[in-house]
Design a protein around this ligand. Structure first.
Ligand SMILES: Nc1ncnc2c1ncn2[C@@H]1O[C@H](COP(=O)(O)OP(=O)(O)OP(=O)(O)O)[C@@H](O)[C@H]1O
Ligand SMILES: [Mg+2]
Length: 717
């Protein structure tokens, strides 16, 4: 079997998402049972039609089915005349029928005392066990006997031969009785149809809604798990693949849950009930057929492993396709600018082909199993008819016609649920591949999580101490340090400028404060508390960041500004916008603060975006402010204005400013010069100029540039 323990564990985990909906599950189970019962009742109806309407006969031994109905009818207080047949073997050479009724293939006769004129073919051994055989023996009567036979139902049959056997046939079902049976058959059939229709509606609705609830909950958990992951996690993952897992893979799981409740609960219930009917009516035949039927499922189960492998592969490839779409959207300008549309299309085609190839392999594995089942099952049905017929004919199994019909109907009916179960076994494999991929995210332990004894902090009193920081983006022990032995103190009220060449590690350094990444060695402490002992929520509440790449959400200006300060009043929002010199721009937008600004704020200019992110940080009103190239996209004039506004804001806070334009940071209380991850100089602007080191060189170069451009903007003096 290809269902391994791990698969079962995955399946169980998916299903455990259904536990909160146990009431729904119980209702579904109840409906499944009702549906299954109605279905098997329909099978059990067939003997009424066969024994009661089509071939009603004399009396004798009852067929099991009719015996059951007689019983039920008597419980219900309904009087029934159930046609009976008897089975006894007699050697004979003459049959005398009296007062009984025989349905012939071309005539029905009722005899008073008739002598059989001729039997075609000449039979020497007549088995009267099935009434039909009497008919097939073609007993012919002379016409005058027929005439005399009119109108006398009921009577005796006398068989003469090596001794005389006499059987009382009692009352037989007449035409009105047959009509009654036919009507009963139709009414019960109609009632069953109504029951089947109604339960089908509710069971399908409940079952499918259950699958939706489970997948929505699962997706919610995966999303929640993603929000808990550190920034480093997202650096390593492909976002398109993550999106694909949240949509396509979760979709595959949904397929599983739908399938599970219908195929692994409903169909087995149906199978059990139908088999029960067959067992009751035709125990021997059913016991012979049953093991063969279930052996049929095995080849399908065997193909499951390949289905899982390729199903998973197919979802992975679909992840790559999604990733490509995602990339195109975010990079459309570059694609166009570099005239790479054709290249992108080709690359996309290639990825799609990989996806198709993998999917087709899965489909092939899947249909192989199902087609094999289709073939084998129909073969078995044919064999069952022939074999069952043989057993009956050769009298190895004694069975009445109606019972046999019910058995055959059961065999035909049980096929659909059996096929559904085997199909579901395959789908299960396919979905489990998706389930595994989903649980991978769910199980990804956040690299940065609250320590068990983490505490909340409320505000910052003294400042931040960086002590012997070492940091590397690689977690595999490869110590290519991006930051090395960074130590300094930053007190509240200070403005710390961080300067240095591109790639020196400036952004990295400030990213360590909110714990976007965890330093590998050394400690960052706020008011003497190691940041690793502070809850992330309370830590982040103390920090407002204007990042190097301004990010805005695809919603209104107001929503963007309120981000992180849901309770901000409209006045507070406007004040913040004014401070960031963006209010006038926003006011001029078609819908003012309610204007939607598009994905990442594409409907605004780079500088406007930057000022909005500054306004957002101002509104957050946190004690620690991080400005990473926050004003780089502004012209010199707006920068000066924003700078002035920010200075008011910085007064009682601790601010980290990263800037390439040294003019921006001239008023910083301290300047840290970072080079290749090390602090090479620190001090005020004046001190550093006097030291005539790296900073002085940088400063000189920028001043010359500006002078060369002949611009009015002076380097800080
Ligand atoms: N997410 C990341 N994963 C791996 N390496 C990174 C990552 N981010 C940055 N780096 C590397 O770390 C080094 C420092 O990057 P950082 O962004 O801190 O530089 P920076 O001083 O802010 O530069 P810039 O002035 O250009 O913004 C660089 O060599 C960069 O290639
Ligand atoms: Mg940077």
């Amino acid at each position: 079997m290809s269902l391994r323990q791990k698969d079962l564990a995955t399946a169980w985990r998916i299903l455990s998402y259904g536990f909160p909906y146990w009431r729904r599950i119980l209702a579904v189970l109840l409906l499944f049972s009702i549906y299954g019962a109605a279905q098997s009742l329909r099978v059990a109806l067939i003997p009424i039609l066969v024994d009661g309407v089509l071939i009603p006969g004399g009396t004798g031994e009852k067929s099991r089915a009719l015996g059951l109905y007689e019983q039920v009818a008597s419980w219900l207080g309904v009087s029934t005349v159930v046609p009976r047949t008897y089975r006894q073997e007699f050697p004979f050479d003459e049959i005398e029928l009296s007062g009984t009724r025989i349905d012939g293939p071309d005539h029905a006769l009722i005899l008073t005392d008739g002598r059989i004129e001729r039997i075609v073919p000449p039979a020497h051994q007549l088995w009267v066990g099935m009434f039909q055989e009497l008919r097939f023996a073609r007993i012919r009567f002379s016409p005058e006997v027929a005439a005399r036979a009119e109108g006398r139902p009921g009577g005796r049959i006398v068989i003469r031969g090596g001794g005389t056997a006499t059987c009382s046939l009692g009352e037989s079902a007449d035409d009105s009785k047959r009509r009654e049976y036919l009507i009963a058959f139709a009414i019960i059939g109609a009632i069953l149809s109504v029951v089947l229709g109604i339960t089908d509606y509710f069971k399908e609705y409940l079952n499918r809604s259950l699958a939706f609830f489970i997948t929505v909950d699962l997706r919610r958990d995966v999303f929640a798990s993603l929000t808990r992951q550190s920034v480093g996690f997202f650096d390593r993952q492909r976002s398109g693949d993550l999106i694909s897992r949240l949509t396509n893979d979760v979709g595959a799981v949904q397929l599983f849950t739908t399938m599970f409740f219908s195929s692994f609960l409903e169909e087995p219930i149906a199978i059990i009930l139908i088999v029960a009917v067959a067992l009751y009516f035709a125990p021997t035949l059913t016991l012979i057929a049953l093991p063969i039927m279930f052996l049929l499922v095995l080849p399908v189960v065997r193909s499951g492993k390949r289905v899982k492998k390729h199903g998973r592969g197919s979802l992975e490839k679909l992840g790559i396709v999604t990733e490509a779409i995602h990339q195109l959207f975010s990079g459309i300008r570059i694609v166009k600018a570099f005239d790479m549309e054709g290249h992108e299309r080709e690359a996309f085609d290639r990825k799609n082909r990989h996806y198709i190839r993998e999917s087709l392999k899965m489909v092939k594995a899947k249909v192989t199993g199902v087609a094999l089942l289709e073939f084998l099952y129909n073969l078995v049905i044919a064999l069952a008819v022939a074999g069952g017929g043989y057993l009956v004919l050769s009298r190895l199994v004694a069975i009445q016609l109606g019972d046999f019909a019910a058995f055959m109907a059961a065999m035909a009916t049980v096929y659909r649920p059996l096929k559904a179960v085997t199909r579901a076994l395959n789908t299960l494999q396919e979905s489990l591949g998706g389930g595994d991929r989903v649980f991978q995210i769910l199980d990804a332990r956040p690299e940065i999580a609250d320590a068990p004894d983490a505490i909340d902090i409320y505000g910052v009193r003294d400042g931040i101490v960086f002590d012997g920081l070492h940091f590397s983006y690689r977690s595999d022990g490869d110590e290519r340090w991006v930051l090395q032995d960074v130590s300094f103190e930053a007190r509240m009220g200070e403005t710390i400028a961080i300067v240095g060449p591109s790639g020196a590690g400036k952004t990295t350094l400030v990213d360590l404060i909110p714990r976007f990444y965890e330093c590998r060695r050394g400690v960052i402490s706020i008011d003497g508390i190691d940041v690793r002992r502070i809850t992330q929520r309370s830590l982040l509440r103390q920090i407002a960041i204007v990042g190097q790449e301004p990010f805005l959400f695809n919603t209104s200006v107001r929503e963007n500004l309120r981000y992180g300060r849901e309770d901000a009043t409209p006045e507070a929002i406007e004040d913040a916008a004014r401070l960031a010199f963006i209010h006038d721009v926003v006011a001029a937008l078609p819908e003012g603060y309610d204007t939607e600004i598009g994905e990442r704020g594409v409907m605004l200019s780079g500088g406007e975006r930057q000022r909005l992110t500054i306004a957002r940080a101002i509104l957050k009103d946190a004690p620690i402010l991080i400005l990473d190239e926050a004003t780089s996209a502004l012209d010199a004039n707006s920068e000066r204005l924003v700078q002035g506004a920010l200075e008011n804001l910085m007064r009682n806070r601790l601010t980290f400013v990263i800037a390439h334009r040294l003019s921006t940071i001239s008023r910083a209380t301290r300047i840290m010069v970072l080079e290749s991850g090390r602090i090479v100089e620190q001090g005020t602007h004046e001190v550093l100029l006097a030291a005539n080191g790296v900073y002085a060189t940088l400063h000189r170069m920028q001043s010359q540039q500006l002078a060369g451009q002949g611009e009015g903007q002076r380097a800080p003096a």
